[in-house]
Design a protein around this ligand. Sequence first.
Ligand code: NAG
Ligand code: NAG
Ligand code: NAG
Length: 333
Amino acid sequence: MSQSLQQRPLHNPRSSSNSHRHIPIFNRTGLLSLLSLLLILGVVFLWARTSFSRSSSSSSLSKWRHYTLSEAASFVAKDGTVIVCSVSHPWLPFLNNWLISVSRQRHQEKVLVIAEDYATLFEVNERWPGHAVLVPPAPDSQAAHDFGSQGFFNITSRRAWHLLQILELGYNVMLSDVDMVWLGDPFAYLEGSHDVYFMDDIPAIKPLNHSHDLPHPTRYMGGLTSKLVMKKWIEEIEAQPWFKTAQINDQTAFNWALMKTAGQVDVYLLPQAAFPTGGLYFENKTWVEETKGKHVIIHNNWIVGFERKIKRFRDYGLWLVDDHDNESPLGKL
Ligand SMILES: *[C@@H]1O[C@H](CO)[C@@H](O)[C@H](O)[C@H]1NC(C)=O
Ligand SMILES: *[C@@H]1O[C@H](CO)[C@@H](O)[C@H](O)[C@H]1NC(C)=O
Ligand SMILES: *[C@@H]1O[C@H](CO)[C@@H](O)[C@H](O)[C@H]1NC(C)=O
């Protein structure tokens, strides 16, 4: 079966200088079972779409309260793959911006928005039925804004659970932040058949032919994909004491999981020229010029503040919502 997951770390307007990681997980074994799964899912999709498109007034809002992660994943998954992001209401403009770029690569139908509050759940589903889900209880969004607080940890650790749940349902998952813009199709870069593909967040310049092995095991973020070994990985993660206590955010959790399972899980570091951290892309024009044409995902990180992120995207022509919001499945917000 396949699973793909994409992680997008919590994005708080106030806390994002060094956040971000991406964790896609793919699974390429079991193609046969994947095929049979797709046959079954094809039917589910059809059924799900008809039932969703009928509704859309306020009376339908209560329906979204009961929409489950499992229903949502089966609704959006294509080829066994789901692209996941977590979004709280202040980040809707970034979600819209990112969705425009994802739509240009024709991957928007696989996007599942994990809403961190009911306003986000309702607004996204009103505009784009079935693409948002909220896994209760809704976290306290005020608490979530204090970086390092218990509320913040509660939210970030939730992401890890959601991710694992989707993997356990049998999907490949690509996790994505929404302060990103896709310039190309990242799926084309998932070479070979590794368990996990990820991008790191290290601004130091690597040679173009850098190794795809696990680098120094301290900081990453990344997208990943996985095989059935994922199951093992999940067990390993769940066995970690920090996973239960939720005292650590998901980035730390994934870094830990990658380290703990080094040797058991086949990981692949995506090429830096295609997946640069914002700490490199927005800071070194020489490098950007040298690697022109190779960039696939631009991450607006290594900067603090919602307005500053928007300004930086605008300065680089990446704030697409100004002129292209008609290309987003959400339309004009
Ligand atoms: C965080 O989660 C714990 C355990 O579920 C809960 O007791 C606590 O109230 C939560 N704190 C906040 C601020 O959300
Ligand atoms: C990258 O290229 C350089 C110069 O051609 C070579 O010396 C080095 O071994 C290569 N590194 C890898 C990881 O292939
Ligand atoms: C910027 O990129 C160029 C080209 O790759 C590199 O030679 C230079 O050292 C980089 N500058 C900094 C400050 O990292």
